[in-house]
Ligand binder design. Structure first.
Ligand SMILES: [Zn+2]
Length: 175
């Protein structure tokens, strides 16, 4: 494995362990020439996935790129890194098992957005802003409105469950 620091072809494996729920092997390597340390992952490649970009250009699916764009959206959010790893793993499995050999970058974007939406609304909006190339605040408002429409309106709740809970608390306090 070529050293990413000096380009030497000679590196030694210091440590190997299973990773990503046993779907990968993580290897810590050290370069015999410059002493640089780096990590490699060995994974089963179910199929080669080609991504068709908006420009029509085709590139090989890059798991690391997907992972990085999600990590950027998740920056400083209270989500454990393991959950992000699992999210990426789930997305990759979904893509690989879709039966398609080509997928558009738009389809990947929508898949990521659907996954982030359930995990963290802030990351969702951040990802949407990059992915959908927001130009002004109206774009943000549209996504936020869309997010809010998922949460039941308090008025609907009152209608469904009768008297607002606050009234009951107030009554109890009088006794
Ligand atoms: Zn090196």
């Amino acid at each position: 494995m070529r050293c990413p620091f000096c380009g030497s072809e000679d590196s030694q494996v210091k440590d190997s362990r299973p990773s990503d729920e046993n779907s990968a092997i993580r290897r810590r390597r050290i370069c015999s020439d410059c002493g640089g340390r780096f990590t490699t992952f060995e994974r089963v490649q179910l199929r080669e996935l080609t991504v068709v970009k908006r420009s029509g250009r085709k590139v090989l699916f890059d798991r690391d790129k997907l992972s990085k764009s999600i990590s950027v959206a998740m920056r400083k959010r209270p989500i454990e890194p393991e959950r992000i790893d699992r999210l990426v793993l789930g997305l990759v499995r979904q893509l690989e098992s879709s039966g398609e050999t080509e997928i558009t970058s738009a389809e990947i974007g929508e898949l990521v957005m659907a996954a982030l939406r359930g995990l963290d609304p802030v990351a969702y909006v951040r990802f949407a802003s990059v992915y959908r190339d927001f130009r002004d605040t109206a774009d943000f408002h549209a996504v936020l409105r869309d997010l809010a429409s998922d949460t039941p309106d308090p008025l609907d709740l009152n209608e469904r469950f009768g008297t607002p809970v606050l009234d009951e608390v107030a009554t109890e306090k009088k006794h």
